[in-house]
Ligand binder design. Sequence first.
Ligand SMILES: [Zn+2]
Length: 229
Amino acid sequence: MVRRLALSLTFIALAAAVTARAETSFTADAATAQPPAASPAPTPVRYWPVVTGLAQALEISNDHTSRPLRRFNAPRPAVHADNPTRRHVGVDLFAAPGDTVIAVDDGRVLGFYPFLRAATGEMSYALLVDHGAYVANYGEVRQNSLTAHGLAIGDRISAGQPIATISDTAQLHFETYQAGTQHSSSWPNGAPQPAGVRDPTAFLTALAEQGARRMPGDTTTVQATSLAR
Ligand SMILES: [Zn+2]
C-alpha cells in the first residue's frame, strides 16, 4: 500500500514536470502552442451585510424568536405622522449606530432616499442595490452614507464593499425584492403582500450560516468583480 502510494506520488511528480515543460515550450513558441486552459471562475462569496461586534449580530428574528417585531410581516404601529400603521417588509438586523454596512453581493447602486425617522429625530435613508438576480434595500442608514463611501447612484459595487453607515435606529432593516424593482414598497395593514416583495428570512438564514463575515477593524480590500448581467 505504501509502495503504491509512493509510485502514485512519483507519477504525479512526473506529470507536473511534463506540465512545466509544456508551459515552457508554450512561452517559447506561443504562435503554435495551444492556449492554456482558463482558470476556473472563483466561487462567488456572499457577505453578511453588517460589520459589527455585537453578540446578536447574526440573529434573525422570525415567528419563533423572542423579538417577533423585528421579523418579516410583523405589525407596525403608527409612531410618527410619516410612519403609518403597516406590515414589516424586511428583517431588522442587530447593529449599532455608526456600524458599517457592506454589500452582500456584487451589484449596482440603484436608489437612495429618505426612509424612516429614528426616535432621535434623525431621518434614516434607504439604499437600494440592484444585485442582478434580486434587489436589496439596505434600510435605515445615515444620510451621508453614499458620500462617506465615495459612491453615487449607478456605481458598481463588489460583494463585501462598504456602502453605508447604520443610523440612530441601531439596526439594518434589510428587504429583498424581485429583479427589476426600482423602489422599495410599503405594506399597509390588511393589504396583501406587495408585488415584488420577497421575504428575506431564508436568504438571511443561509447567509448567516454560509456567508463570509467581516469584523470591525478588518481593512481587507475587496477586489472588484463584474456584475453578472
Ligand atoms: Zn425594520
